[in-house]
Write a protein that binds this ligand. Structure first.
Ligand code: AMP
Length: 489
């Protein structure tokens, strides 16, 4: 049973902000966490992203800080009192935006700092004085070392997406940051899972925390229709085109496992006429924010991304998520598909499973606790014909005469050994593109080009999908964090 924010007796400026956000009732995590934080207890929370977690910690912290609120312009009157640490720049920006909205009618200032951007504008913000500082760990340490901020008056710390921070290897940074803070404080830790490492982190830094778990962290949203298609690496792009078209999808996230694979796939899809942008960790901060904005505004239809985008990004109405590569971590599957079917909307999650992915699918089965049925993907019939222009026209796509689609792109999808005898596989080039035996673009960093067309992307993309990049060899295993606990105090 959900209840209204009015029973919290929030200060008027906070209540007004919440009302303006249009929130009618508290989400389960808010209902459970807000009263506990208001009482001043530490919290260890497991909540899926998209559950209203940010308000669950931000509102009670702002409420508790209202006693310090003042209209002075002196930075000394606005010391950092709450520190929110997050693993990625995107999440930091998103949480900071929400905090700003909740605090908009108060005199409590907030700021966000993250890496990959010039430090100067962030320094200017910090020097003005901020009560709530949202940060990624590395950049925060840079600012601490540059003496741009001091943390000796911090009363509240939030470690958000803590498991992700440990996965990325932020434990030493977290330990250093926490060592700068007063011992007397409230600490809130949110994590998708309570792994042994997370429990250790909690036992080192939290005092008698209240554990709050609103939903099984590994539960996939029930509003998401999930399909696992058996598709060879070479057929994945074609399968993507087909499903986009058949389902009349307007936008989708396409997840891949490596940064290089991400850039390559985005580039290929763009060449095939889909309005695409890429989001991965090697992109500059500016490029990453621009990619997200382009997707949010509908300027691009496909966001090809690595797991940097899997967690926490709150983009409403993403109709579908494709796992172009099955994720290496089953938990990432849940996070990836959590990008669709948000806020009760229905969503579609499609995974392309190559024969080498069997073990990964078994891991997902174990996590979800239900059997996964691998489905064959029937490709639409495309018997090439010679068109009047001397091109081969398959009814939907056009090829240069003699080039033909790549292996496996015609007829019903079959296992490789069952395929009918086709000419040796070769690079095919859609007729709108100049032919090239090898694309030098793949040797360069990905740069989005200006979308040339305004048609619905997959309708306009009347081309076949050549061989996909498949699962890349450029995949780094996640860092093991257990060892770090042993070396640090
Ligand atoms: P979060 O899990 O904090 O990223 O929040 C996900 C989305 O839910 C954000 O767009 C919030 O603005 C929205 N949200 C948070 N709390 C509520 C609420 N009580 N009612 C409706 N929407 C909410």
């Amino acid at each position: 049973m959900t209840s209204s924010f009015s029973k919290l007796s929030l200060a008027e400026p906070l209540a007004r902000a919440v009302a303006e956000m249009g929130y009618e009732s508290m989400t389960p995590i808010q209902e459970q966490a807000i009263p506990v934080v208001l009482q001043g207890r530490d919290v260890m929370g497991a909540a899926q992203t998209g559950t209203g977690k940010t308000a669950a910690f931000a509102l009670p912290l702002l409420q508790r800080m209202m006693k310090h609120e003042n209209a002075s312009t002196s930075p000394a009157r606005h010391p950092v009192r709450a520190l929110v640490l997050l693993p990625t720049r995107e999440l930091a920006v998103q949480v900071a935006e929400q905090v700003k909205l909740y605090a908009q009618y108060t005199n409590l200032h907030s700021a966000v700092v993250f890496g990959g951007m010039d430090m100067k504008p962030q320094t200017l913000e910090l020097k003005k004085g901020v009560e709530v500082l949202v940060a990624t760990p590395g950049r925060l340490l840079d600012h601490i070392e540059a003496k741009n901020t001091v943390l000796n008056q911090v009363e509240y710390v939030v470690l958000d997406e803590a498991d992700r921070m440990l996965d990325i290897g932020f434990l030493p940074d977290l330990q250093r940051i926490l060592s700068y803070l007063p011992k007397q404080r409230i600490t809130l830790l949110f994590s998708a899972t309570f792994s042994p490492e997370i429990k250790r982190l909690a036992s080192s830094y939290l005092q008698d925390p209240v554990t709050i778990e609103v939903a099984r962290s590994n539960a996939a949203a029930s509003t998401v229709e999930q399909h696992f298609y058996s598709v060879s690496a070479d057929d994945k792009r074609r399968a993507l085109h087909q499903i986009l078209k058949q389902r009349e999808l307007k936008q989708a996230f396409v997840f891949v496992n490596s940064k290089l694979g991400c850039a390559r796939l985005a580039r290929s899809l763009e060449r095939e006429g889909l309005k695409t942008t890429a989001l991965h960790g090697d992109k500059s901060q500016d490029e990453r924010l621009k990619a997200l904005e382009a997707f949010k505004s509908g300027e691009v239809d496909l966001l090809v991304c690595t797991d940097v985008a899997a967690r926490g990004l709150d983009i409403k109405d993403v109709p579908a998520v494709f796992n172009f590569d099955v994720p290496f971590n089953a938990e990432d599957y849940v996070h990836r598909i959590g990008r669709t079917g948000r806020a009760g909307a229905s969503g579609l999650a499609v995974s392309f499973v190559a024969s080498s992915d069997t073990r990964l699918v078994t891991d997902i089965e174990k996590l979800l606790g239900s059997k996964i049925e691998l489905e064959p993907l029937e490709f639409e019939e495309d018997r090439p014909r010679i068109s009047e222009q001397g091109r081969i026209n398959d009814g939907r796509r056009m090829y240069r005469e003699g080039e033909g689609p790549s292996e496996g792109s015609g007829g019903v999808a079959r296992a490789p050994r069952e395929r009918t005898g086709r000419p040796e596989r070769r690079e095919y080039t859609p007729h709108r593109q100049p032919a090239a035996s090898r694309d030098p673009f793949f040797d360069q960093p990905y740069e989005p080009s200006t979308p040339a067309q305004t048609q619905p992307a997959w309708e306009a993309a009347a081309k076949a999908s050549p061989a996909g990049s498949g699962v890349s060899a450029n995949i780094k295993p996640k860092k093991k964090v257990a060892a770090l606990f042993k070396t640090s105090n």
